[in-house]
Structure formats: structure tokens, C-alpha cells
Design a protein around this ligand. Structure first.
Ligand code: TEU
Ligand code: CA
Length: 541
């Protein structure tokens, strides 16, 4: 029997199914491919898989546009394959977390096809419509993927609302019939044995387009509590709400230990600190390191005992962290380990995005025609129109495109990195001969083996999830260090976040102590940190 808070002590692994492992040579990753890699995931030490969407979808946004919530897309397999995955994963002590995209559906969902037949159709009110004349939308709200948030349907003389692409119409959460349909659908997945849910852009469901409200609408937490109560509440599932707009106060609601909303929040404050303030992610600037320390520490302290956070550097929407804030050239291995060390001493549930554990890098040599992602392609078109040069745009894409995370998983040095025997749907990163799973498993000093150590260490040491956190040297420009105390233990995490040697006066009690985990075998002197050096010490109090 699972304890109520079992998800506090695990590590989650995110799979982007299209790019993980192909099993039938069509060049697209699939469910059978995932089943074939469960041994690998068990070896890493993870206990849950967050599976990006595998439901039926025209794939306008790689599955984040669902046309049938209760069927599996043929390119990934069948419902039976999904049941097998749940069953086989369970044998490896791994739960399957489904990705629920509830803010919008695909325009090819039967609900929307019906909805646009007539304003009297029973499904019409499943979506958000406003009367209007062609060329004159209700207001000038923009879609997150570019262009207007309103699309005209001439037969109805109405516009429908979409926060994302035209093919992703927003569901009308103010309609109780829609909410009930969603709850029934979720309950059928619970009956099939899934271990939990990740809720896509959940902070955007309670929108009020007439008032320009998309995030954090007034009804948001009322709807989430109703959702939880009617579905997963009390079922001991792991549930995680994706919320770009969460602050601490809201995060306490999302992750209230009373289970009224979700197990945890997945928020992004720390991961947007290398863009110009008030601008888009494409508007690059150097990382504000002092702020990064402040932000991560704030979340550690403020949610302690009253909420629960996710710990991550990567997902399918973010560039690869080793290329972003590490060094994917001469210090790739050291910096990838250092970045992991910073997070793995913290309270929260860590998420590994596929390939992170072997230090996969950005595809920073892509040409414009290599990009597949709708967000990247639309940004390119829009910025070109607005007078940006191709070079500027390409630079932003190299640094920030979501496609950096979506190149196929690098399993070995054979053709197509062992991802497929056919033609891969998306280019394999050309560094796969050096960076791959086979290499990582055989090398005892690999990033992979370091992650295994960190994961095992977390599970054995309650100080990580229960300890009191203090940031050390908050104003230091290169060192990220913190201390935790719990019962009779003290944990120190000391990291050099940069590629130069740093000398710093470390606490006296570390003198003559050996780190329990470190990314260099020996240090010259305790007070000298090598490039990207990371150490974790566990002391008796
Ligand atoms: O992402 C939420 C979201 O707002 C992103 O579009 C984000 O703004 C962008 O990726 C930053 O570059 C979720 C999913 O994770 C994403 O893959 C989907 O495209 C999006 O929702 C729509 O479902
Ligand atoms: Ca396939």
C-alpha cells in the first residue's frame, strides 16, 4: 500500500514519446519502444514516467492537441499497448503519469466538429465563441504561438477563442457539462491503472477573454478543487499542475497537503532568468545568477511544510540545460553533474527529461529548415515580418527553441543512435557517437552513473526532503552553496556554477571531511573549487 505522500521520495522521468524509442522502423518513437527500455529506467532509479501525450491527435503540437482523450494515436500503438506499458512498468516499480491537456482540444475532436456545425448544436457551448464580422475579431488578444487568439468561422458568423494554435480551440470550463465530461474521462483512465496525471497549462483553464484574462482566472481554484474532488482526490495518485503563472501563494493552494488540488506544482520562475525583462524568451540576455539563487532558495524556504514543488532544469519545452547554463564543450560532463547536484539536495520531486541523464546537448547547428516545432516556426515567420534578420532569429532558435529538447534519444553509436532502424522523423543530434546511453552505462564516471548516485542518495536521506534550508554566500558571483539541517544531520551542497577556478572560505566544519558525492575525484585544497566543481557533504551534528 502506498503512503499518502509516496511521491515526495521519488524521481520522475519525462518521456517525449515521439523521440524516445522506435520499435517498428517507421521512424517514430512508440509505446512498445518505451516498454523495451524499462530495464534502463529502473537501473537509473526512477519510479514514475511522465508520458507526454500519446492520445489520438493530428500532431499539430506533437500531441498537445488531442482529438480523442480515450484512444491512443496509431503512431504510438494501441490501447492494449498502453495497458501493457502500465502493467510492465509496474513490474519495474514504475508508475505511468499521463499528460492531460484540458485547456484545449484539437479542432479535430468530435466535440469541436459538432460545435462548429451550428450555434444550436449541443456541443457548441463546449468552446468559447463570440459573434463578429470577418476581419474584426472581438479584441486583439494574441495566441501564444503567434497571430490572433480568435479564428473566424464564416458559416456561424462567430469567432472561437484559442490561447495556442488555431487547431487548439480552448475548452469552455464555465460549462458544467464540459467539466463533467472531463471528470468521467479521467476516471476511466484511473480505472485503467495510471499512476497519476500531469495537467497541462492548468492555470489557463479559467479564462475570461472579454476581460483579457487567460492565466489565474477568478474561478481557477474553484474548478481545480472540483476536478480533484471528482477524480483523483484520495486515490494516492501523483498529480502535478503545470503553472507558468504560479507565485508562492498560489503554489500553496495547488500543492496543499490536504490533497484538495494536486500533489505538487510545476512552476518556472527559476528557468526564465536569461531573457530580457518584460520581453519574450527569444530576447536573450546572460543568466542573472544571483537572482537564480534567490529564486530557488525562496521556493525552498516558503513551501517547506506547507506545499510541494517540482525540481527541474529541463522539459520538452526548454533547451538543454548543459548547453544553456553549463558548458557543452570541454566541461560537458562536469557541468552536467554540477547542475544536477544543485537541485538534488533540494526539497521537492526531481524531474529528469529524457537524455538529460547522459548530458544530451542543444542542436545548435540547425538551419531554419531543420525546425519542426510550431512555436519556433511561427516565431521565425513573425519576426522576419517584423524586420529581424535571419541571423538574429537563428541565434534565438539555437539557444531557446523547444526543438533542442526533441531530437531523438541517443542510445548507442549505431546509425540513428539506435533510435530507429528506419528514417527518424526528426534529425538525430550529430554528437550521438560520443554522447549515448551505451557509452554512459559502461563509463563509471559518466553523468548517468552520477545521477544514479544522486537518486539513491535522496532516497536514503530524509534530510533532503525534510531539512531546513539556508543559502550560503548569497551575493557570491560564482558559487551556489547551501546548508540543510535535520535531526542529527547536516548537509552541505557546494557548487562552482562557472568554468573558472574559484577560491572561497568554506565553513570550518568541512575541514578534513570527504564529500559523499562529488564530480571530481580529489580537490587540491578544500577552499579551491575547480571549474564546475560540485560537492555534497553529509555530517553528523
Ligand atoms: O506548455 C505551456 C506553455 O505555455 C508553452 O507553450 C510555453 O509557453 C512555451 O513552451 C515556452 O516556450 C504546455 C506544453 O508543455 C507545451 O508543449 C504545449 O505546446 C502547450 O502547453 C500547449 O498545450
Ligand atoms: Ca514507431
Amino acid at each position: 500500500m502506498l503512503s499518502e505522500y509516496w511521491w515526495k521520495n521519488i524521481v520522475v522521468y519525462q518521456i517525449y514519446p515521439k523521440s524516445f524509442q522506435d520499435s517498428n522502423g517507421d521512424g517514430i518513437g512508440d509505446l512498445k519502444g518505451i516498454i523495451s527500455r524499462l530495464d534502463y529506467l529502473e537501473k537509473l532509479g526512477i519510479n514514475a514516467i511522465w508520458l507526454s501525450p500519446v492520445c489520438k491527435s493530428p500532431q499539430e503540437d506533437n500531441g498537445y492537441d488531442i482529438s480523442d482523450y480515450e484512444d491512443i494515436d496509431a503512431m504510438f500503438g494501441t490501447l492494449e499497448d498502453m495497458q501493457n506499458l502500465i502493467k510492465e512498468a509496474d513490474k519495474h516499480n514504475i508508475k505511468i503519469i499521463m499528460d492531460l491537456v484540458l485547456n484545449h482540444s484539437s479542432d479535430e475532436h468530435i466535440w469541436f466538429k459538432e460545435a462548429k456545425k451550428s450555434i444550436n448544436n449541443p456541443y457548441h457551448d463546449y468552446y468559447i465563441w463570440r459573434d463578429g464580422e470577418e476581419g474584426n475579431p472581438p479584441n486583439d488578444m494574441k495566441s501564444i504561438f503567434g497571430g490572433s487568439a480568435w479564428t473566424y468561422v464564416p458559416e456561424l458568423r462567430q469567432y472561437y477563442f484559442h490561447q495556442f494554435a488555431e487547431k487548439q480551440p480552448d475548452l469552455n470550463w464555465d460549462n458544467p457539462v464540459v467539466r463533467q465530461e472531463i471528470y468521467n474521462m479521467i476516471n476511466r483512465w484511473i480505472d485503467k491503472g495510471v499512476g497519476g496525471f500531469r495537467l497541462d497549462v492548468i492555470d489557463q483553464i479559467a479564462k475570461e477573454p472579454d476581460n483579457f484574462i487567460t492565466q489565474n482566472g477568478p474561478m481557477l481554484h474553484t474548478y481545480i478543487r472540483e476536478l480533484s474532488k471528482n477524480t483523483f482526490k484520495g486515490n494516492h495518485l501523483i498529480t502535478v499542475g503545470e503553472a507558468w503563472g504560479a507565485n508562492i501563494e498560489r503554489a500553496k493552494l495547488y500543492s496543499n497537503p490536504d490533497g484538495s488540488e494536486f500533489s505538487m506544482v510545476f512552476q518556472f520562475e527559476h528557468i526564465a532568468l536569461d531573457q530580457q525583462e518584460g520581453k519574450e524568451k527569444w530576447d536573450l540576455c546572460p543568466l542573472d545568477f544571483i537572482k537564480l539563487k534567490k529564486v530557488l532558495s525562496k521556493w525552498q524556504i516558503e513551501l517547506h511544510n506547507v506545499g510541494w514543488n517540482s525540481l527541474f532544469w529541463n522539459n520538452h519545452d526548454l533547451p538543454r540545460i548543459v548547453s544553456r547554463w553549463g558548458n557543452d564543450k570541454e566541461y560537458r560532463v562536469e557541468s552536467a553533474k554540477m547542475l544536477a547536484t544543485v537541485l538534488y539536495g533540494m526539497e521537492g520531486t526531481p524531474y529528469i527529461f529524457q537524455g538529460e541523464e547522459i548530458g544530451m546537448t542543444n542542436a545548435s547547428y540547425f538551419e531554419l529548415e531543420d525546425y519542426e516545432d510550431i512555436e519556433s516556426i511561427n516565431m521565425y515567420k513573425e519576426r522576419l515580418k517584423n524586420g529581424y534578420s535571419k541571423e538574429e532569429i537563428l541565434k534565438s532558435l539555437h539557444c531557446k527553441s523547444r526543438d533542442n529538447a526533441r531530437t531523438p534519444m541517443q542510445w548507442d553509436s549505431s546509425e540513428n543512435a539506435g533510435f530507429t532502424t528506419g528514417k527518424p522523423w526528426f534529425k538525430v543530434n550529430k554528437n550521438y557517437k560520443e554522447i549515448n546511453v551505451e557509452q554512459a552505462i559502461s563509463d563509471e564516471n559518466s553523468i548517468f552513473n552520477y545521477y544514479r548516485k544522486l537518486i539513491a542518495f535522496r532516497k536514503e536521506n530524509p534530510i533532503i526532503t525534510n531539512g531546513d534550508y539556508t543559502l550560503l554566500y548569497p551575493e557570491h558571483k560564482e558559487v551556489f552553496a547551501y546548508k540543510k539541517t535535520y535531526e542529527n544531520k547536516i548537509l552541505y551542497v557546494i557548487c562552482n556554477f562557472y568554468g573558472n577556478i574559484v577560491t572561497i572560505d568554506l565553513p570550518n566544519e568541512l575541514e578534513n571531511k570527504m564529500p559523499v558525492i562529488a564530480n571530481y575525484n580529489n580537490s587540491n585544497s578544500i577552499n579551491e573549487l575547480k571549474p564546475y566543481e560540485a560537492r555534497m557533504y553529509l555530517l553528523d551534528n
